[in-house]
Design a protein around this ligand. Structure first.
Ligand code: AMP
Length: 429
């Protein structure tokens, strides 16, 4: 049998319904904050990622799915979305008509990392970006929106971490100080850090290797060396988060894995996924639009690791298989036709109904109704139908009563809406 590729996965039921619910909540929340969706290709020119993410990052050095297509072009399955969003923003001159754009996109990303819990080679991100606002209010708004999404989804056990990565004014000097510190500790560093220490010294700060972590405990902190503009920016972000009572931590080790970040960097972290602690991450990238050939426009964005978010939610509460609201048990040929009609009629009213055309016994079909967990069952015998009636059974209470055929749809609508009202806000919006 042919199996799926290592590091890839199928998303089956009932999990896929949870994905759908999360996506709906995210869309609703983002749109109410003025974000609009764009949809982008998953394949881009390799150069786009090399230039934006950075040549010495893990992603570009060793994780991209890159190949030459038949014409010899170097193409890459996108490892993240920001570079593509920026490419589209520049290419379609979105800055020309209205430089302030709030955009989001949802879809698969590809990184050839070592597969483990919370880490896949095809994974999904919910990605949001804001162009054209340099004000720290945009940073605070984004972090608060992310926190709000977690709240709406009922996610617990996640904490917000924030840091500032400075700007081209203050970071170069800090980098030099950091490099000098690293050079005094080369014996304690892992191979990756040794290779990167000159080109990308900040990455040494967030290396997970125990020996590197120890070596870096006394390293200089960028947060202590920010220029006045960056320090003010960070202070305002914090002030706004404080004002909204967001519980967050300042994490001086949060440098994020990509080169393009400036100033505010943030992550939502959890200890529920083993080594993979980041459920979402983002930050400001004021220089990237220009680096990729566009105008000098500031921007900020984040990506939620969809798979990880699902895992955190599922650990707290396994998803339930969505059930039809009503299940028809037709006993006889004319009952089957009636059940068929009722299912279509209820679907028109957005009520999910199902039936069974196998002609099996009442007992067998009651068992199927139980398995489906439909809250209401309608039993239709041919003789009952001739009398213009059916039996409606409430599966929670066990109560069964006769109902006139011509008011069945109305009665079902009332019963089902009455039953769903207190449950809204759980799985299906
Ligand atoms: P990044 O683009 O690296 O900032 O990642 C943003 C978010 O995507 C992370 O916080 C993770 O939740 C998620 N993510 C990144 N890489 C993977 C992966 N290989 N598998 C699953 N989720 C991932």
């Amino acid at each position: 049998m042919i199996q799926l590729i290592r590091g890839f996965k199928d998303i089956l039921q009932p999990e896929a319904s949870l994905w759908q619910h999360i996506e709906n909540e995210a869309r609703r929340l983002f749109e109410s904050h003025g974000y609009r969706e764009i949809r982008l290709p998953i394949l881009e020119k390799t150069e786009l990622f090399a230039r934006s993410i950075g040549e010495t990052t893990d992603i570009v050095e060793k994780e991209m799915y890159t190949f030459a297509d038949r014409s010899g072009d170097h193409l890459t399955l996108r490892p993240e979305a920001t570079a593509s969003v920026v490419r589209a923003y520049i290419q379609h001159k979105l800055s020309g008509t209205e430089p302030i754009r709030k955009l989001y996109t949802i879809g698969p990303m590809f990184r050839r990392e070592r597969p483990q819990k919370g880490r896949y080679r095809q994974f999904y991100q919910i990605d949001a970006e804001v162009f054209g606002i340099s004000s720290p209010y945009a940073d605070a708004q984004m972090i608060l929106m992310l926190a709000k999404l977690m709240e709406r989804l009922g996610v617990t056990g996640i904490s917000a971490h924030i840091n500032s990565l400075g700007c081209p004014e203050c970071r170069p000097l800090y980098r030099e100080n950091l490099k000098a510190f690293i050079h005094q500790h080369t014996e304690e560093l892992c191979e990756d850090c040794l290779r990167r220490k000159d080109k990308n010294p900040l990455r040494v700060l967030d290396c997970k290797n125990e020996s590197c972590r120890k070596a870096m405990t006394e390293a200089p902190e960028l947060l202590d060396q920010l220029c006045t503009a960056c320090a003010d920016h960070f202070a305002l972000v914090r002030r706004e988060l404080d004002r909204r009572n967001l519980d967050y931590k300042i994490n001086k080790r949060l440098v994020r894995g990509l080169d393009y970040y400036t100033r505010t960097a943030f992550e939502l972290q959890t200890d529920m996924l083993g080594a993979q602690s980041a459920v979402a991450g983002g930050g400001r990238y004021d220089g990237l639009v220009k680096t990729l050939g566009g105008p000098d426009i500031p921007a900020i964005g984040f990506a939620i690791g969809f798979d990880r978010l699902v895992e955190v939610i599922t650990q707290a509460k396994p998803p339930e298989t969505p059930a039809p609201s009503v299940f028809f048990i037709p006993l006889g040929e004319s009952a089957m036709e009636k059940a068929f009609d009722f299912c279509l009629q209820l679907a028109e009213k957005s009520i999910e109904a199902d039936t069974d055309y196998s002609g099996r016994s009442l007992k067998a079909l009651m068992k199927r109704a139980d398995r489906l967990a439909a809250p209401f069952v309608v039993i239709m015998g041919d003789s009952e139908l001739q009398a213009g009636e059916v039996s409606l059974k409430n599966m929670a209470t066990g109560e069964q009563r006769p109902v006139p055929l011509d008011s069945l749809v109305e009665i079902l609508s009332l019963e089902i809406s009455g039953q769903e009202a207190p449950e809204s806000g759980t799985q299906d919006p």
